[in-house]
Structure formats: C-alpha cells, structure tokens
Design a protein around this ligand. Structure first.
Ligand SMILES: Cc1ncc(COP(=O)(O)O)c(C=O)c1O
Length: 441
C-alpha cells in the first residue's frame, strides 16, 4: 500500500513517509528555491523525538500517542523510531494508519462511541483489544461486536472537571460520578481475561498540573463506591504546549502531580498507569508556511485559514507566533495584523493580533509556528482549498517546553496597551490589614 493510500481519509495533506520528505535547512531556503503555491507544513522531527523521550523518562506511565492531534505518517514513524509503542486511536482510519506503519503497535480505541462495524474490524482485522466506553449501551455493543470476546481490555471514561484547561473535553463524553459505580461494576463483570480500567480527560491545553490530582481523587471516590479493583488508570491527554500568552508550568510539575495523585488512589501495586498525550508530543514540531495573497490595511489574506490549519486561531482566537520569511530586508517596525483565509466564508478570519514587519506585502511568505497539534489535522476541502505540501526543516521550533528553544513566546503590546500598563494603581495596604481588606471585597 502506498503511503498516500494508507492515509486516505485522514485529512488532505499529501502525507509522506519520512524518507520521501525533502529537507531544507530552514523555511527561507525553501522560499528561495521555489515559491510554493500551496501552504507547506514545515516538519521538524527532533521536537517529536525529544518530547517522546521526556514522557518515557519522566512519567511512570505507558504512553499512548493520541493520533488525532496529528495523524501524519511522519509523526507515527518518528514516534515509533523513538520507542513509542502505544497509540490512542479514535477511528478505523487511524487504526489502519498506525498498523500500516507499525504492525506491532499497541492500539487503544479510546473513542467512547464507535460503530459496530468499526469495533468488529478493529478487533478481528487489526488485533485491537482495548476499547473505551462511558455507558451500558456501549459496553453491550463492544461485547456483541466482538462475539463476547474474553480478551478485551475495557476502559470506563469518567467525566471530570476541566477547570484548568483551554478546551473542555468532558462535555460530550464521560460517565458522571452518580452513574459511574454501576457502570464500573458492570464493566468489571464483563472483563474475563483482559484488564479493566478507568480513564478521564482534564481538557486540552491544561495549564494546571493539580487538575490531574483532583480528577484522580474524584475517580477514586467512584471506584470506592463501586467496590471494584481497577487494573489501569489512564490519565488521558491535556498536557500543554507554549503559545503566545500561554506559558505553562514546568513539565516536571505535571509528572509530580500525576504521581502524587496515583499514589493516593485505591488501586493495587500491579495497577498500570497510562497516558494519552497528543498536543504535548507534536505541537512544537510543525509550523505552516503561508503566502500573502492580498494586503488590505491591517488585514492579510492568506492561502491558509480556519478551514485549513488555523482552526484554533479562529475558534479559540489563539494568536499563534509568526515570522516573515522574505529573501531581502524588511521593516524593523512590527505592526499587528489580522488574517483572512482563502475561502469565501466570513468566519474564515483569524483576529490575532499577529505581529509582522509593517511592510509585509502581497507575495510574501509567513511562517506560523506551534501548529503541530490540531493544525493540518483539522483541514477541510471547503471551497477547493485545504491541501498542504510537507517539507522537513532543520531549524529550531519557535518555542519549546523541552529545551529546544525559548520556553515562552514574547507578546508584543500595542501602544494603547503599553499606556494602560503605565496607569498608576494605588497599592493595597500591606500586612494583615491589607489581607483583611482584600477578603472583605
Ligand atoms: C480520548 C482522548 N485522549 C487524548 C486526547 C489528546 O488530548 P491532548 O491533545 O490535549 O493531549 C484527546 C483529545 O481530544 C482525547 O479525546
């Protein structure tokens, strides 16, 4: 099967295997060589390998990469080469993709709602043994679709608070604490020779490490009420990356909080700890090279947008970091710009602000960084756009939690914001009186 065929249905990028990717020293070399017509996903392998190593070395957990964050073949290949053997898959397409790269990978089908056909094919054709569920109906469906298999690992997805996250992921899935005990009990009884587990997701881009400890305490209460023995505790994804204005605590704080939370759980010595990082393994690895097709005042019309790899720049208003990639001098003055994508839909708008040299113009190329997670993966074909090329670059990512680049992305302030910061505020009275005064408010 060709690489492209193996990835049919998984987005629109021309996914290629590692060996087929052309390598450039940096994005400017690519622009110098040719002006690409389509947006280019710029791929860096080192950040993926280094992030994988961090998880393997620092979290005492089995790592299952959440393929949805970036289902590119080169990501799966790089992770396999880095020693990652577990993959969290959400669809049959993802199952087939991972199997085509790594026939021996451990696959966990962690989407709590799957079609019967997908379960049957995953189990019988691809050797998937681990499935998640969050209700009795899904439990029955999994048992039915696998012919009451005795070697299933069944994981109950629990709803937990997502207070510290930029994206809530408990709204759609997860059994509530009052319904959990009966589902835990039924699942325990359904497991014959396999393992029974619990999982949760604290929400994506979680800025608060203690969110995991709180979730584990909540899950512990359900386990105790159900009176079941749990073989797997899967702490999900949610590990962060760096974006402008979002610098998470040190990654070691996440590991410490999870280990503390796990130690406090009512589980046995043989209970396995699993995790499903997506964003934190791939966000740093890719940026997208776009072309400016028109400049209208402070609006730049690009050949990529919210129906392409800039979904989060529209829907979450994330001001991803940007760099002008021009073969020649550029204005030293930076100005805030907003972006429009190539489609005719007015929602195809990224408010930013994106800071670029004031003289940015039509025909220029812009690198938009930190788009390795939920970037190209979100592309659609709307209006005939959405295809990306892929090229490898050797330079550093724009920011890194793993020491490959600065830990934060400087945010530029407008003159108005600078002025606002200079407004003198009356300081609070110091000492106990001040504390009392604050509390009374
Ligand atoms: C079940 C599951 N696991 C893991 C992830 C990965 O989350 P993140 O990219 O925030 O690490 C997701 C994201 O949607 C998910 O739904």
């Amino acid at each position: 099967m060709s690489n492209c065929a193996a990835n049919a249905g998984l987005g629109l990028t021309i996914y290629r295997g590692l060996r087929e990717l052309r390598t450039y020293h940096n994005p400017l070399d690519l622009v110098r060589e040719r002006s690409p017509e389509r947006p280019v996903a710029l791929v860096r392998l080192a950040p993926v390998a280094v992030a994988a190593r961090w998880f393997q070395d620092n979290l005492k957990a089995d790592v299952f990469y959440a393929v949805k964050a970036n289902p590119s073949r080169w990501v799966i290949e790089t992770l396999v080469e880095a020693g990652v053997t577990g993959f969290d898959v959400a669809s049959l397409n993802e199952v087939e993709l991972v199997r085509s790269v790594s026939p021996d990978a451990r696959l966990a089908f962690m989407h709590p709602v799957k079609s019967r056909a997908a379960i049957t094919s995953a189990y019988f054709d691809h050797g998937v043994r681990t499935f998640s569920l969050d209700c009795h109906e899904e439990l029955e469906k999994i048992l039915d679709a696998t012919g009451q298999a005795s070697d299933l690992n069944l994981i109950v997805r629990m709803a937990v608070s997502a207070d510290g996250a930029q994206y809530t992921l408990s709204g759609k899935f997860g059994v509530s604490p009052d319904q959990a005990p009966s589902l835990l009990l039924a699942t325990r009884q359904a497991v014959v020779d396999g393992l029974m587990g619990v999982s949760f997701h604290v929400g994506s881009q979680c800025m608060r490490p203690t969110a995991w400890q709180a979730a584990m305490a909540q899950v512990s209460r359900s386990i105790s009420r159900a009176g079941v023995i749990v073989d797997i505790v899967d702490v999900g994804g949610g590990f962060p990356s760096v974006y402008p204005g979002m610098v998470p605590p040190d990654m070691s704080e996440y590991a410490d909080a999870i280990h503390r939370g796990f130690n406090e759980m009512p589980v046995s010595e043989t209970t396995e700890l699993w995790c499903e990082p997506g964003r934190a393994l791939v966000a740093e690895s890719s940026s997208v090279l776009c072309r400016v097709d028109l400049k209208k005042g402070d609006a730049l019309y690009l050949n990529d947008g919210s129906y392409g790899s800039l979904f989060d720049a529209t829907h979450s208003r994330w001001p991803f970091p940007t760099k002008l990639v021009r073969d020649g001098a550029a204005s030293a003055e930076l100005k805030p710009f907003r972006f429009y994508g190539p489609t005719c839909d007015s929602i195809d708008h990224m408010p930013g602000p994106f800071w670029l040299p004031a003289d940015v113009r039509e025909g220029d190329f812009i690198e938009i960084g930190m788009l390795g997670a939920y970037g190209v993966a979100m592309s659609t074909r709307f209006n005939g756009y959405g295809e990306h090329e892929v090229a490898m670059v050797d330079d550093a990512p724009m920011a890194s939690l793993y020491g490959l680049a600065p830990r934060s992305i400087p945010t530029v302030r407008t003159t108005a914001e600078e002025q606002a910061r200079k407004v003198v505020r009356l300081s609070r009275p110091k000492g106990k009186a001040g504390v009392r005064k604050q509390r009374r408010r």
